[in-house]
Design a protein around this ligand. Structure first.
Ligand code: PLP
Length: 307
């Protein structure tokens, strides 16, 4: 039994326009709040079958939350090591799933180092985006959408470390599709767009975005390699557009998503990307549990003040 649920596929009237049908895959409705449980649930199940008795993660975001959820469902203990910068809300969500939360270090690499040091023979470490089992699990999103009758000329999704992108492209491939993918990042976290531009994998020297779930300095090799073999179109949107898309999505569909997901939704804004010639798009509403309406509005106010 997979740990993720089959999510609704809906045609969005508010987001569709003349000549463009917008289909939404509502991953925001996964119990731990995002698509991450598809890949992480799949990986955790495999590790448990292989005899692992404990899971470790160093993600203070939706990946850590998905590991905590998977461990609880499988009856195995989970330790999530996060840096001091992790928000009170993220900490509370992880603890609410029954995981052991350890706070260590001023920055993520320190927390990650401690997490790695906890790994032993009986423990599986779950990477948030760079893992074959993760991509295999994320690919189920496309199998499922097609099984639900989705027909689309392009996929729109957001990119952090590129795990979702790698999984979705794998899903398209195993369904015999070469459908183009719009791979969306915010300007301050453009690790894929910069790499495609440079022709090699670039490591960003800094990350500056409200879309914290997209904050990977470097995309995984797998995602970058796929840009050479699949029609992947990097798109950059502003923090402001991502936040506005969250606000609008709440109004239109009564679902709150993180700015990381708002970034993908913002591609539907007039002029954000060249969608000409497309009759229908499938948008992966990746979700995210870490933002609240208050943090989204505070970020909008901060941007308005800075302008
Ligand atoms: C993890 C995450 C992303 C980015 O996924 P990657 O696999 O890192 O590219 C986007 N949105 C949300 C809500 C996430 O949790």
């Amino acid at each position: 039994m997979p740990l993720h649920i089959e999510t609704p596929l809906i045609a969005s009237s508010p987001l569709s326009r003349k000549g463009l049908d917008v289909l939404l895959k509502l991953e925001a409705l996964q119990p731990p709040g995002s698509f991450k449980i598809r890949g992480i649930g799949h990986a955790c199940e495999r590790h448990a079958q292989a005899g692992k008795r404990r899971f470790v993660s160093s993600s203070g975001g939706n990946a850590g939350l998905a590991v905590a959820y998977a461990g609880r469902r499988l009856g195995l203990p989970v330790t999530v090591v996060v840096p001091e910068t992790t928000s009170a809300r993220a900490r509370a969500l992880i603890e609410a799933e029954g995981a052991e939360l350890r706070v260590h270090g001023a920055a993520w690499h320190e927390a990650n180092a401690l997490a790695l040091s906890l790994v032993d023979e009986a423990t599986a470490f779950l990477h948030p985006f760079d893992d074959l089992l993760l991509w295999e699990g994320h690919a189920s999103l496309i199998d499922e959408a097609i099984g639900q009758g989705a027909r689309f000329d392009a996929v729109v999704l957001s990119v952090g470390g590129g795990g979702l992108l790698a999984g979705v492209v794998e899903g398209l491939k195993r369904n015999g599709l070469s459908t183009p993918v719009f791979a969306v990042e915010t300007h301050g976290a453009a690790s894929l767009a910069r790499s495609v531009e440079a022709g090699h994998r670039v490591e960003l020297s800094e990350i500056a975005t409200v879309a914290t779930s997209l904050a990977a300095r470097q995309v995984c090799e797998q995602a970058f390699e796929m840009t050479k073999r699949h029609d992947i179109r990097p798109v950059l949107v502003s923090d402001r557009a991502a936040l506005a898309a969250c606000e609008r999505f709440l109004e239109d569909h009564r679902i709150l998503v993180e700015p990381a997901c708002g970034a993908a939704l913002a591609v539907l804004d007039e002029g954000a990307a060249d969608l000409s010639g497309l009759r229908s798009v499938l948008v992966v509403v990746c979700g995210g549990a870490v933002a609240t309406i208050d943090t989204i509005r505070a970020a909008q106010a901060a941007l308005a003040n800075a302008a």
